[in-house]
Design a protein around this ligand. Sequence first.
Ligand code: KL2
Length: 458
Amino acid sequence: MNNSDTVRFPKPQPEDECQQRWNQHALSRFWRHISPATIPWKRHNKKFEFSVVSYNILSQLLLENNSYLYRSIKNEYLKSQRFQQIIKELELYDPDIVCLQEFDHQIRAKFASHFAPRGFENIYQRKPHIPYQEKDDGCFMMYKRDKFKLIKNASLGLYKDTEGLLDKPNCAQIALFECQDGSQLCVANTHLLYNPRRGDIKLTQLSLILHHIQQVVNPLQQCGGVPVIFCGDFNTVPNAPLYNLMKYGKLQYSEYTPDKISGQKGSKKLHKVAPGLWDDREMGFHEHGLIKRAENELLECRETYRSLTQGSSYVSQAYRDLQCSKCSDLYPYKSGSISHNINFRSAYDHIDCDGRTKEVTTYIQNDSRTVDYIWYSNHDNTPQNCAHGHSCDSYCSSPLLILKSKRRLLTKPELSNMGRLPNAILGSDHQCLQAMFTLYSDPVQDSSGRTWGNLSTD
Ligand code: KL2
């Protein structure tokens, strides 16, 4: 190499280098298409396509309060300028619905004014205020106004002062939209409790959200109902009991200690979760219950459970040795299980294109794992697969929500190659998930006026 080469090819300036890295990043996050064999075409007249993003953008207050988690990272990547990177990424992916978590109250005006001229409306649900547990953040949902009209906002704080397992400042958003094609769609968004040892609290939070989703999409639990997309940071890893509750609709939670429920690392030796985790009446589950419990689960001995839930003594005491102070029965809750009837599937399957390398959604302190999800209700109109668990007739006319593609996630080796998060490219310690869906609605009718139902998909 001679000097003239050096003149003709100057060393890239830092901005160019950064742009190059950004371009490289964008290329690695290509769309992964889902096999079209699963699309039951011909059954519906209308087809509506849209994409959804789920992104935990790392609250600035949490970052500052847990600064030890980010101590090896350059200070410039930890300042609030990182939100510019997040905005840039969202613009690149161009979603129609955006579900953000750990969204600081302070940046709402900035995001709203940036995205309003780009066609977005938004709703915000702040985490509940609890003394000494102050959080500045919450869940933020944006949606394109030309594609979606908000018809109901059933967002909720996951705090109830009457319920011992709902004493943390977490929240969820539940939005019911009318889509451009006239059909309805429910989109939920949450950030469940982090504490790896308190799976019992996460389970209670998730159950409450599922119950409220059910109230919105199908209060009478009839066949059909509105399709659901449920995004968020569940602080739960794939195949953990809480994940399986989402996927299979049932969890025998009394088989697990609270630290096993989310599958994150647990540390203490704990007792199994007591059956009859909550008072169904206080949770509101008695009305058209999404959450089904065995009939022989008694509610009278609630006093016993109360004594168990006092502070941390709950997790160190074996419930089965306790007697109810009122009726002197041994601990009376029998089933210790919970179920729901929304047929959820995860848009991601937690494995990269090579079929071997694990997908991860967060990378923090050299620890990478999946805790973020886009779940969608899989409405297959055949009776055995009815999304609501009923033996509905073969002419069920529910709209169908089909996953078309998902944006590829970086794997652990790719992330560690990039350096700790946040960095010059990524503004958060999580990755942004994106799924593209097709919503099929308006069932085709035959000459007798009957809708097509349980027919073959070819
Ligand atoms: O897992 V998270 O990160 O969804 O990305 O949610 C929580 C954690 C968030 C709110 O409590 O703060 C993060 N180790 C790792 N992460 C932590 C810790 C910790 N000890 N404490 C809080 N967070």
